[in-house]
Design a protein. Structure first.
Lengths: 130, 100
């Protein structure tokens, strides 16, 4: 079955990103397809490569990047939510005259249409948030 | 239909809203801080026990254990599930409503 995942909360806030990650991993293990993971609102903060959590803590951002690499996951960050919170890729940084970008490996910035498409194309949309 | 509740009933009214609006035969999954609604010996126990006549209620065991509780603390009749069974619940219900 095809699942779409929506993450509306940042890392280390409550538990939404952790729950979404565990759910996604369990779904993949069961042989389901993850059509897309969409990060919206504060959820976009899951996609910054500049996070440095303590070494004995889970690395929420890297964990998503690794899962994406292993399973060819499409991790999409909402562009408007990302710009408000200072999350940029190379193109966006250039477009806004910023001297750096901070998007983590495996993530890409795109529009809200990608969430709608994920909802339409998938059998289920599962929402994790605050 | 599957309803997911991730807030403690002592924190928000999402569980109350869910119990009020869900239809007979629906399934409700309590996870994250929502697991506090599944515990014995609380002022919510009677409400949740009554709701078991109308709905199937499940609770995510890893979130019970993460908060220092065991299966013995869960109200009788509530089904304990792991992440794999959470995935099965989503797959076997045609829609999922998150009560955030």
């Amino acid at each position: 079955m095809k699942f779409a995942i929506l993450v509306n909360e940042g890392p280390y806030q409550h538990q939404a990103s952790d729950s979404a990650y565990q759910f996604t991993k369990a779904a993949l293990k069961k042989g389901h397809e993850i059509f897309r993971v969409f990060f919206y609102h504060d959820g976009v903060n899951n996609g910054t490569r500049l996070t440095v959590p303590p070494q004995d803590d889970r690395h929420v951002v890297n964990r998503w990047s690794e899962l994406s690499k292993e399973n060819n996951l499409d991790l999409v960050v909402c562009i408007a939510a990302a710009q408000r919170r200072g999350l940029l890729d190379e193109n966006e940084a250039k477009r806004h005259g910023k001297n750096a970008n901070n998007i983590a490996e495996g993530f890409r910035i795109s529009g809200l249409g990608q969430l709608i498409e994920a909802g339409v194309q998938s059998d289920r949309l599962v929402v994790f948030g605050d | 239909m599957l309803h997911t509740v991730n807030k403690s009933p002592y924190e928000t009214n999402s569980l109350s809203s869910c119990l009020r609006l869900a239809r007979k035969g629906h399934t409700i999954l309590l996870f994250e801080n929502g697991i506090y609604g599944a515990l014995k010996g609380t002022c919510f126990e009677n409400v949740v026990t009554d709701a078991l006549n109308k709905y199937q209620i499940c609770v995510l065991m890893p979130d019970i254990e993460a908060r220092g509780m065991r299966v013995d603390n869960v109200i009788t009749g509530i089904k304990t599930v792991d992440y794999a069974e959470f995935v099965d619940l989503v797959a076997s219900n045609s829609t999922v409503q998150a009560w955030l």
